[in-house]
Structures are given as C-alpha cells and as structure tokens.
Design a protein around this ligand. Sequence first.
Ligand SMILES: Cc1cc2nc3c(=O)[nH]c(=O)nc-3n(C[C@H](O)[C@H](O)[C@H](O)COP(=O)(O)O)c2cc1C
Ligand code: SF4
Ligand code: SF4
Length: 257
Amino acid sequence: MTAKIYWFSGTGNSLSVAKVLAEQLPEAELIPVAEAVNNPPAAAEVIGIVCPVYAWGPPAIVARFIRKMNVLPDSYIFAVMTYAGSQGGAPIIMRGMLESRGLDLHAAWGVKMPENFPPLGSAPAPEKQSEINREADEKIARIVAELQSLPRGHYEVASGFWRILSKIIYPPFCFFLHHRIDRFFRADEKCNGCGLCAEVCPVRDIEMVDGLPNWKGHCEQCFACFHWCPQQAIQYGRSAAVRRYHHPKADLADFRQ
Ligand SMILES: Cc1cc2nc3c(=O)[nH]c(=O)nc-3n(C[C@H](O)[C@H](O)[C@H](O)COP(=O)(O)O)c2cc1C
Ligand code: SF4
Ligand code: SF4
C-alpha cells in the first residue's frame, strides 16, 4: 500500500501529528504542502492531509493544493486538522473542496492543540501547553487506532453555530484577506538580521533588506516567522506581549527552506 501524508504547519502542532501518522502507516511518505502545491507528487493509495484550522476552515495553501492533488480512482483520502478552540466546519469545507473535483473525503479528525494566532491571544502558559499536548497525544493515539480500518464517513465537526460561522467567516478570510495580512508584521529593535524568519517562511514571503525582514504580500498566515524568531523581534499589530510557541517535538530543521 502506498501512502502519502501532506502536511502544512507553522509551529509544529500539525507536523507532530503528521509524523506520528507517517510512522504508523506502512511506507508512508511525509510531504510538505508548500512543496507539493508547486509540483504535485504522484498519486498514492492512501492520502492524508494534516494541517491547522484557519478561520474555521483549511489554510488557503491547502485549498490550492487540493485543487491540484494527484489521486487514484480509489485513493482513500483522510484529513487531520489541529485547532486551538474550535475547528468549526473545517472538515465539511474540505470535503466540499474535494467533492468539487468529484472526490470524497473519507474521514476527518480534529486535534485540539495550543494556540498560535496572536490576534486570538497568547499561546497558553507552559503548564497548560503540556496539558493540552498530553491530551492531544491521547487523541492522536486514538486516531492511529481508528485509521487502521480506513473508516469511511467518519467526520468530527463542531456544533451548528460554529459551522454557520465557518461559512460566513472562512471565505473572505481565506481567499481575500490573508495574503496582505502580513502588512501587520514588523521587526523591532531586537532584530539582529540573522535571516531565520526568511528561512522558515514556507512560501518565501520574506526577503532581507538592509539586514531587516521585509514582507512581500503573499503570506499564508502560518506565523512561523513570528514564533521561530530567536530574538522574539517580530511583532504583529499591537500584540507585543504575546508568548512565542512551538510544539515541544518540533524540529527547526523541518521548517528551514
Ligand atoms: C491564521 C490562523 C487562524 C487560526 N484560526 C483558528 C480557528 O479558526 N479555530 C481554531 O480553533 N484555531 C485557529 N487557529 C489556531 C491553530 O489552528 C492552532 O494553533 C494549530 O494547532 C496550529 O498548528 P501548527 O502548529 O501546525 O501551525 C488559527 C491559527 C492561525 C495562525
Ligand atoms: S529571525 Fe528575528 S532576529 Fe532574525 S532576521 Fe528575522 S526578525 Fe531579525
Ligand atoms: S510571512 Fe510569516 S506568517 Fe507569512 S507565510 Fe511566511 S512565515 Fe508564515
């Protein structure tokens, strides 16, 4: 059985899930969506998409990849989306994207993990992060067990209220607003010009100009630059006091381009 797990992740929550799944599926290949979107790999018998929830739907880059993804007529397609508060109708939105290509999303799971979106508040305190990640590990183990039978028709979605909110908020956020939201980023006086922010950007939205990062307006909102900056020099709007976060098992090498 061939298996490909496509991942998108800014702070390692989704990547940590993708890695566990790839270890459990025989001969599974882990592939970054940021690469696959430009050069879609050959189809596989089992295809997993692992990504965060953005504005109660899948990230826009994942939506673009789904439009191009290579599949076999009988590929089994599943998703695992990580979220901090509610995933809203994200699995239903993703299923709709696949259905518009005549494909099915056979199963979708959600995993609650620590927050990484500054406008929604700081990442939780370290003890709380550990508690959330411990519960997430238990959930991931359950997903691994359930995935063994390649279930069909298994969807975890939020209540009707959140699903309605998804329908209203997701399209404008994801398809019109998100790229230009990088105008709210700036590097403060703590920046030492190391260039790491440019290296971790999955879509090369950052170039170094005169020793400072410059955002070019095609951001995917992953917040890797913000959270991985070793000096905590990147600020977003007024959220200067926000705690930086990455998943305890995240390896910076996986994010460097
Ligand atoms: C742009 C953006 C939008 C987000 N929107 C939501 C949301 O709608 N609901 C939610 O529960 N979490 C939301 N989050 C939080 C992330 O989904 C969550 O922290 C996720 O686990 C991050 O995964 P990563 O480390 O793989 O990037 C958002 C995060 C970002 C950066
Ligand atoms: S990672 Fe931080 S310190 Fe390094 S160049 Fe970027 S903003 Fe400056
Ligand atoms: S500019 Fe920052 S937030 Fe935007 S895609 Fe690049 S790393 Fe992610």
